[in-house]
Design a protein around this ligand. Structure first.
Ligand code: FES
Ligand SMILES: [Fe+2]
Length: 355
């Protein structure tokens, strides 16, 4: 028996407020989504993936990675059983060949391809050790640079991919929900919140404050990390979040510590289930202690991530988020929902946004 969705409970007593994009399972926004790890797509290999309700195939060409719809536009054969011939994807069944723009360039029987072929290609990029796909054939957008790491030589590592039973628009709120910092994470800091919306598909929240000294934990925090406590969350296209921790932190209030950075990349599995891919990223250190420094930065990022995840991950297993009763303190969340509802939906949406 399939599990009932939380939205299917309490439908009359607690009616759900519907949004154009936010928490809407029928909509896939335009954005970069992870298809697979780079190492999983070898030369001359055809890889089939399920992504946001789409069956897609990927293969390598000399210019990068090609990605098209996963079913042959002739008779619908799964293109994953085809093969790569001279950088074209050849369908197993009647050997039609498709180039990286999803154009049919060869039919062995000699007839021309039908005019009404419905078959799409998708833009791809390789970054942070993964192959990313955008739900349009071309885009000027790049996979999000983590603030402070633009044009840097990067190191990265990955944590296990995990699933959640709520929309990623909701799990993403965790980073900007000021009330729960106090109630769940025991961080009683009055945060100033700075919001950067210079690009309509991005929004960045920087939260900062001074360490209080009421509890032992707070005094320890202040002793180790300095007066200021600051972090930022940058969201891109409603499907990617970059977290920067320890902004401006100073060990014993003297030695500047490296910021710790990570990405959360999200995609839909099916209605009610999402996939989360955590990627730890930092700037590559150079010099004598580089291997140790590189290891330590990624290791510490992972430790912080595990600590935060352990403290409130369970919230997201059965949440029935219904945004009708916000307080003034929830202003960042309201802002974030407004940002999401202005994003563009893509051809991977089940219905047009708002329907
Ligand atoms: S089904 Fe693919 S070429 Fe005919
Ligand atoms: Fe949290």
């Amino acid at each position: 028996m399939t599990k009932k969705l939380t939205s299917e409970f309490n439908t009359r007593t607690q009616p759900m407020r519907k949004h154009r994009i936010f928490n809407n399972w029928n909509v896939v926004t335009k954005g970069w989504y992870i298809a697979c790890r780079s190492k999983d797509l070898g030369k001359d290999k055809v890889l089939s993936i399920d992504l946001n309700g789409q069956k897609l195939v990927l293969w390598r060409t000399k210019d990068g990675v090609a990605c098209t719809d996963g079913f042959c536009p002739h008779m619908g054969v799964d293109l994953a059983i085809g093969k790569v011939v001279d950088e074209k994807l050849q369908c197993f069944f009647h050997h039609w060949q498709f180039d990286k723009e999803a154009k049919c360039v060869h039919i062995p029987c000699g007839e021309d391809p039908p005019k009404n072929l419905k078959f799409n290609s998708y833009a791809t990029r390789e970054k942070y050790g993964h192959i990313w796909v955008w739900p349009e054939s071309q885009t000027d957008e790049e996979v999000l640079d983590i603030p402070g790491l633009e044009n840097c030589d990067l190191i990265y590592s990955f944590d296990k991919t995990y699933e959640r039973s709520c929309h990623y628009h909701i799990t993403m709120i965790n980073g900007i929900d000021p009330q729960h910092l106090r109630t769940v994470h025991n961080i009683s800091i009055d945060m100033d919140i700075d919001i950067d919306e210079t690009k309509s598909n991005h929004i960045e929240f920087t939260l900062s404050g001074k360490f209080p000294t009421a509890t032992l934990q707070e005094r320890m925090g202040k002793f180790l990390l300095g007066e200021e406590y600051s972090y930022s969350m940058k969201y891109a296209d409603g499907c990617l979040a970059a977290l920067t921790m320890l902004k401006g932190a100073k060990l014993f209030n003297r030695f500047t510590l490296p910021e710790l950075k990570m990405i959360f990349a999200y995609s839909l599995i099916e209605e009610g289930r999402i996939l989360v891919r955590p990627i730890f990223v930092n700037k590559r250190s150079t010099g004598l202690f580089a291997p140790f420094s590189n290891f330590l930065k990624l290791f510490m990022t992972k430790r912080f991530f595990k600590m935060l995840q352990g403290e409130d991950g369970m919230v997201y297993e059965n949440i029935r988020f219904n945004s009708t009763s916000f307080l003034k303190l929830d202003a960042p969340v309201v802002k974030y929902i407004g940002y999401l509802n202005k994003l563009e939906d893509s051809i991977w949406s089940q219905t047009k946004s708002g329907e």
